[in-house]
Design a protein around this ligand. Structure first.
Ligand code: SF4
Length: 638
């Protein structure tokens, strides 16, 4: 279902013809949708957020000061890969008639997205579209939670127990309809063109009242609850608020940070891997879940999967059967993922390094084009000029990051740790040079890219001098954070008595005691230096934490082109567990190919396979699986 009806094939109609008279003097010189929010017209945010959600076709039914909107849109977006229709629909024209005047642009029986051009928003429009499609709806309306403009008296069992302000209201109980709930209409709706034939749009005075009620009575409407940002700008007070002119100095300061974070960097989905465990369960069981991120582990097309021989490589036990996605198919799959609403793409490797893939820049370009957060876990031994340009492009999405695993402070130890002890190659120096290239380019462009380095401590690289040299070199190369931690025991790895690669718990405790003061003393405001014993922090003892929910939150495309549950189970020897071959099937068809009606059996079966195949969670997977398990939300089902 999902991949066939891509968002980019549908029109977005942005109502922007109104006067905005409640905005007072502001709207005397400007149409409402061009009011300035910080340093950009509101319509700039509207179009880019739609673009980020996959839209490429935009209709603007113009009215009041339409010529100003026309010149802004043409100047700002005229060169982009958009289809734009600017239609003069008259000054005082009712919404229904404006729709009538542009409706011929919408193909018969097709869906379109209708929104007001005076609202600041960000939520998952594709998730809303899925519900619209799955329910075969003619109309999908959406509701929002609002902040009450009034003080709220809280009453329990007829007794007043609290008084609050700025209370978040999710719904209202309606006076004469005690058993019914009222939700605030957001003004965002998916509509099928067929619905427009249900009313006479030219004569219709109140579009929402007449058309919506008709479709609702037919039972062809459904409701989507927005989980995201929504702020309607109707009055000068709203405009001041969003432009931070309201409230005390401290409040303004906090609001400034929050709003700045909200407005320009809220794309940062860097919080929890899911917003709410109840919503997670609901979206998994009704198949509207959108993964928090998708990991991409591309394998080199020619030659061996990886020429490094790191003894502690998590993918050590991988066999390479040569299966791969073609470069064209890879780009197509990544576009499906982005258009489906996934906000974050992680480029990493289980048995290889993502930058060893010959077409890595083509994959990264998809993330840039769709405003996805892009994260990298790499050795950074080879970094092309094109990739440096992409990473330091000012339009890269905030909280994108480039994390380099270094694990040494000299060429000699680097080669030892990476299993090529006799090599004379100056790989470590090369890695530091590549980091400097990226940080220098970032300094020139101001791109919001986080650059960090990780150092897995083991008996080969734990000497104080080695570690201090690494800190100095990496700090001088321009990293923002250096994280010291310890390798996990890979699948199929046998710990030796005189173990050199994986320190046992006693060794870890010893290194923490001896090295922590040395390492933390090196931390500066420019470059934070930390050491973490993540296994004890998260009480990780077992190889895997079950039941496993990884596939719904951070599935992974392995080097063989198959979709897998997670980054640690993405290789041919886990084929029995794999979700599907992306060479043959589209991403969302494979992703949603699970039995939600017999979810318990589905999970039992995959957990048995995980035990049989002996997959080993990385730390984020342990943390997320145990958090969901501890919530008890699936008790009784699994
Ligand atoms: S390694 Fe962990 S997260 Fe991955 S499939 Fe196995 S149990 Fe799940």
């Amino acid at each position: 279902m999902h991949s066939t009806s891509l968002i980019k094939n549908h029109w977005a109609i942005i109502l922007c013809g109104g006067r905005g008279s409640r905005l007072g003097s502001v709207s005397e010189s400007l149409p409402k949708s061009l009011i300035m929010i910080h340093d950009k017209p509101l319509l700039w945010y509207t179009v880019l957020i739609l673009y980020k959600n996959g839209f490429r076709k935009f209709i603007f039914p113009l009215g009041y000061k339409g010529e100003m909107i026309e010149s802004f849109i043409t100047k700002e977006f005229g060169e982009r890969d958009f289809e734009i229709r600017l239609v003069d629909t008259g000054l005082e024209t009712p919404i229904a008639n404006r729709l009538h005047k542009v409706s011929k642009l919408i193909p018969e029986e097709d869906d379109f997205f209708l929104l007001n051009g005076d609202t600041f928003f960000d939520f998952n429009i594709s998730e809303m579209y899925q519900i619209h499609k799955r329910k075969h709806a003619l109309l999908t309306l959406s509701s929002v939670e609002i902040i009450s403009p009034y003080g709220i008296l809280v009453e329990e069992d007829g007794v007043i127990t609290d008084f609050t302000r700025n209370e978040k209201i999710s719904h209202f109980s309606l006076n004469d309809k005690q058993d019914k709930r009222g939700y605030v209409n957001s003004g965002f709706s998916w509509i099928n063109k067929d619905a427009l034939n249900l009313v006479d749009l030219e004569a219709c005075e109140n579009f929402e009242q007449e058309l919506y009620l008709k479709v609702i009575k037919m039972g062809k409407a459904c409701h989507y609850k927005i989980d995201g940002n929504w702020f309607a700008i109707d009055t000068q007070k709203d405009l001041n608020f969003i432009n931070l002119k309201e409230g005390s100095k401290r409040e303004v300061g906090e609001q400034a940070q929050q709003a700045k974070k909200n407005l320009t960097t809220r794309y940062s989905y860097q919080t929890r891997y899911y917003s709410d465990v109840n919503k997670l369960k609901e979206s998994i069981l009704n198949k509207t879940i959108i993964p928090h991120q998708v990991e991409i582990q591309p394998g080199p097309l020619g030659g061996e999967i990886c020429w490094l021989k790191c003894p502690y490589c998590y993918g050590l036990s991988s066999e390479d059967n040569g299966e791969r996605l073609s470069p064209e198919r890879y780009v197509e799959i990544l576009r499906q993922i982005a258009e489906g609403g996934v906000k974050k793409a992680i480029y990493a490797g289980y048995a290889t390094d993502p930058l060893f893939y010959e077409h890595i820049e083509d994959l990264v370009q998809v993330s840039l084009d769709y405003y996805q957060i892009a994260g990298f876990h790499t050795k950074a031994i080879t970094v092309s000029d094109r990739l440096v340009g992409q990473l330091t492009n000012p339009s890269i999405v905030p909280l994108s990051y480039f994390s380099i695993s270094v694990d040494a402070g000299t060429n000699e130890v680097y080669n030892k740790v990476h299993g090529i002890p006799n090599s004379k190659a100056k790989l470590y120096d090369g890695v530091c040079k590549n980091i400097s290239r990226i940080s220098q380019a970032r300094a020139n462009t101001g791109a919001p890219l986080d650059i960090s380095a990780t150092y897995l401590i083991n008996p080969l690289n734990h000497e104080k001098e080695e570690i201090l040299k690494a800190i100095h070199d990496l700090r001088n190369a321009g990293v923002d954070l250096i994280r010291f931690t310890f390798p996990q025991v890979p699948r199929g790895y046998t710990v030796q008595n005189d173990e050199q690669n994986i320190p046992d718990r006693d060794k870890v405790k010893e290194y923490m005691k001896n090295l922590r003061p040395v390492i933390e003393a090196e931390s500066t405001s420019q470059c934070e230096v930390i050491i973490l014993d993540l296994d004890s922090m998260h009480e990780i003892q077992e190889p895997r934490t079950l039941p496993c929910f990884a596939r719904y939150i951070f599935p992974c495309i392995g080097f063989d082109g198959w979709l897998s549950h997670c980054s640690e189970s993405a290789a041919p020897h886990f084929r029995a567990l794999a979700l599907g071959d992306l060479n043959k099937r589209d991403f969302w068809d494979v992703f949603y190919d699970y039995d939600a009606d017999n979810f318990g059996n589905q999970m039992d079966k995959s957990c048995q396979q995980m035990n049989t195949l002996g997959c080993k969670c990385d730390r984020k997977e342990h943390v997320v699986n145990s958090r969901i398990k501890d919530s008890g939300i699936f008790n009784g089902i699994i």
